[in-house]
Design a protein around this ligand. Structure first.
Ligand code: SF4
Length: 112
């Protein structure tokens, strides 16, 4: 079945996921979970991810789909958010195109 952009979905990797059939509570934090309890649960989930044959697929999916919650591809939501901030492209510099007529002044972004 295609996705909303009419691309075929590649979900085959999910069938090979090591976490398939395990308790999802290990990968998603319950409301209000904090501190050592949360750290312990996340470590246990990441331990499973370490040996997962589809870790790369899972991580790529989570980063592309900007999954907001849970452990995906061995990364927590905090780690994915940090990764996204670090790899975000800086805004391209803008240049001012000045013409003699102020009504046509405009700012444009140069082509890469
Ligand atoms: S990397 Fe982790 S969360 Fe992703 S499929 Fe494998 S075990 Fe599941």
């Amino acid at each position: 079945m295609p996705d909303q952009f009419h691309r075929p979905l590649d979900r085959d990797w999910q069938h090979r996921a090591l976490c398939r059939g395990t308790d999802t509570d290990l990968f998603f934090s319950p409301d209000g979970e904090r501190g050592n309890v949360r750290a312990r649960r996340e470590r246990a989930a990441k331990q499973i991810c370490q040996d997962c044959p589809v870790l790369d697929n899972c991580r790529a999916h989570a980063l592309t789909a900007t999954e907001s919650y849970g452990i995906w591809g061995g990364m927590s939501e905090t780690e994915r958010a940090r990764h996204a901030r670090r790899t975000r492209r800086p805004a391209r510099p803008r240049e001012c195109v000045v013409s003699p007529d102020p009504l046509t002044w405009r700012i444009r972004t140069p082509k890469a």
